[in-house]
Ligand binder design. Structure first.
Ligand SMILES: Nc1nc2c(ncn2[C@@H]2O[C@H](COP(=O)(O)OP(=O)(O)O)[C@@H](O)[C@H]2O)c(=O)[nH]1
Ligand SMILES: [Mg+2]
Length: 369
């Protein structure tokens, strides 16, 4: 049975869950009950009044917005930034340093510790070599060169969320513990503050705690949520969520899903079913399939992205937990190895700790003091 509710805003914090690198998926296999081809049961719909939503904030002037973004990346990337800066500064004990093989080798070793991978670290090193080999350089010059090169490497076409109509449907996928539910909470807040009306769908029906967690987010944001009982068919919850979004004229339906690995074929079929079901309700839905990757998982995040981007038809990445470790360099191979744009980055556990990705501000923040 699927039901929905509108919640008043409250100041409860979302439940903290143990964080950690990509926890293993439950190995249990699940049989999803067939989706009823008939229209969903609307009998459970409670006639609660519409929740109040925060007033949309006025748009910021572009310059201010990008300065704000830089500041947020800067503090979110604190751990990576500190490690990098301390490491690179260590190379400059003396006033300047001769750029020779020894220096270049040391620089490479420092860069690679951020999990950026050998390819990007080589490119950054080679760029410094090309510009400065045989010369004595200062820290500032090297940082400037690395920043510019990183900006170029992170560049992507503008990738705003594709929200073509009312409702647009966003499906959120990824392995267990990557940050899906938290990212949905933060993304919903972000969209709500742009004046959008959101409905959440608690499609992770595998664990009761996941439903509770998303419900608390919905209460904080003041948006509607559709939930099912534990073990309910996620496709049915997804269907009802989209139905609810249509009914109340919501702009965006965001559907949470249980954690899965791209190798679990039964769970990947379940995702297919969710896609089919929402596609029947709204043309071209889901409009976005966002893959949430855990930046603290380093190289694991990369192999996950590889598998998922094909298997689940992903349209973009949310790179969560960039604040959580000194491995923020992982964004470089993620940008490089996948066609998928990074749409958002997660910079903490608070409701505002999500930001639209911007290559220039991000790279500048990464190497900033
Ligand atoms: N520091 C930090 N923690 C995060 C972030 N996103 C999620 N988390 C934490 O990671 C853990 C797992 O998140 P959750 O959203 O439940 O993951 P899910 O299983 O993919 O839905 C929770 O403890 C979250 O608070 C982030 O951007 N930064
Ligand atoms: Mg979850």
């Amino acid at each position: 049975m699927v039901f929905w509710r509108s919640k008043k805003k409250s100041d409860d914090s979302p439940p903290a869950q143990p964080s950690g690198p990509a926890q293993q998926e439950p190995s249990t296999t699940r049989e999803s009950p067939a989706v009823e081809s008939s229209a969903p049961d609307q009998g459970q719909a409670a006639a609660t009044p519409e929740p109040s939503r925060p007033e949309p904030s006025p748009p910021e002037p572009a310059a201010e917005a990008s300065a704000g973004l830089f500041g947020r990346f800067r503090s979110g990337l604190e751990k990576t930034r500190r490690a990098l800066n301390t490491d690179i500064r260590d190379l400059f004990k003396e006033e300047g340093r001769l750029v020779d093989d020894e220096f270049l080798g040391e620089l490479f070793a420092k860069l690679i510790r951020t999990d950026m991978g050998a390819g990007p670290a080589e490119e950054l090193r080679d760029d410094v070599a090309k510009r400065y080999r045989g010369r004595k350089v200062g820290l500032a010059e090297v940082l400037e060169s690395i920043t510019a090169q990183t900006q170029a490497m992170l560049q992507q076409d503008a990738a705003p969320l594709n929200l073509p109509g009312k409702p647009s449907v966003i499906l959120v996928v990824g392995v267990n513990g990557s940050g899906k539910t938290t990212s949905i909470g933060k993304l919903s807040y972000f969209l709500t503050s742009q004046g959008k009306k959101i409905v959440l769908g608690a499609g992770d029906t595998f664990r009761a705690a996941a439903v509770e967690q998303l419900t608390i987010w919905s209460e904080r944001i003041g948006c509607d949520i559709v939930t099912g009982k534990q073990g309910a068919d996620p496709a049915s919850v997804a269907f009802q969520t989209v139905d609810k979004a249509i009914e109340i004229g919501a702009d965006v339906a965001i559907i949470d899903t249980a954690g899965r690995l791209q190798t679990q074929s039964n769970l990947m079929q379940e995702l297919d079913k969710i896609r089919r079901v929402v596609g029947k309700k709204v043309e071209d839905a889901p409009h976005e399939v966002l893959l949430v990757l855990d930046a603290t998982a380093g190289q694991n995040a990369i192999s996950q992205a590889k598998g998922f981007s094909d298997a689940a038809g992903c349209t973009g990445i949310i790179l969560a937990k960039l604040d959580g470790s000194a491995r923020g360099g992982v964004i470089l191979p993620i940008r490089r190895q996948f066609e998928l744009p990074v749409k958002f980055v997660g910079l903490g556990e608070s409701i505002e700790d999500i930001a639209e990705f911007d290559a220039d501000s991000f790279a500048t923040a990464l190497f900033a003091d």
